[in-house]
Design a protein around this ligand. Sequence first.
Ligand code: F6P
Length: 308
Amino acid sequence: MNAAIRAVVRTSIAHNLEVAGIYRGYQGLIDGDIVEMQAHSVSNIIQRGGTILKSSRCEAFRTEEGRKKAYKQIKKHGLDGLVVIGGDGTFTGARVFSSEYPFPIVGVPGTIDNDLYGTDYTIGYDTALNTAMEAVDKIRDTADSHNRLFFVEVMGRDAGFIALNCGIAGGAEAVLVPESPTYIDDIIQKLDEGWKRKKSSSIIIVAEGDDQGGAFKVAEKVNKKFKQYNTRVVVLGHIQRGGSPSCFDRVLASRLGAGAVVALLEGLSNVMVGLVNQEIVHTSFTKATKHHQEIDKNLLDLVEILSV
Ligand code: F6P
């Protein structure tokens, strides 16, 4: 997100605009936690994880009263347009707000889940994916040396993009995602076939939103019926949301942040800026949040084919 903030600030300045930063998202907007930003305010942040402006899950913005307070702050600070960075919740808030108050808002997709419609990639996804893949590589060392079966849970409450691609890149034996039903017996059959072929270790990637209820539950159900392997569960958790962003994410965030300022200058509002086939495109908040990015079922088949 820092690379996106940097791009918004510096693109604005390049267009002779004044630019302010709002701390803690909608909460800071309601509280008037707003500061003027200069080019140097965003120096030396492109390589840093997290966000210098901080973030929050703001309950107050879900209420009419909260949004009214936010609009008052907008007027008080003389703002003419808003760039919001986030995912589903951020854009839903923006959509509701601009249906009540005629105020230009443009969104930048920032979520490690990569589940927003209207962009091939969301900011943070590539970094999170690489973090998860590197963790799986390290886990594989123990799996292999100790002849173990590992269930590795990755983030993705409603989306399996991290699980699927981390699974392919990490050579997982199976990948369980929310977009496709999980059958415990199928996993057991796969493990059994491997065991009979003298496979000494296996790694199964489980998205946290998988319909069986996460890696611990899946491990428990599998272990009840298939006891051959010594089993361990690892939940990767928030390490996936931090760390220095990948080159891909920095470039993506720079392009989308700049694109958001240009969109506001062109008079666009209520849209998310995305990158589709390397081109900047605009998608309404309604579409971006209501239609989820579809997972490629061919890639799930690929896991099956490659994990013999
Ligand atoms: O929505 C993005 C996401 O990364 C999910 O994949 C994950 O379940 C969630 O955020 C974690 O959120 P929190 O930090 O609030 O626990």
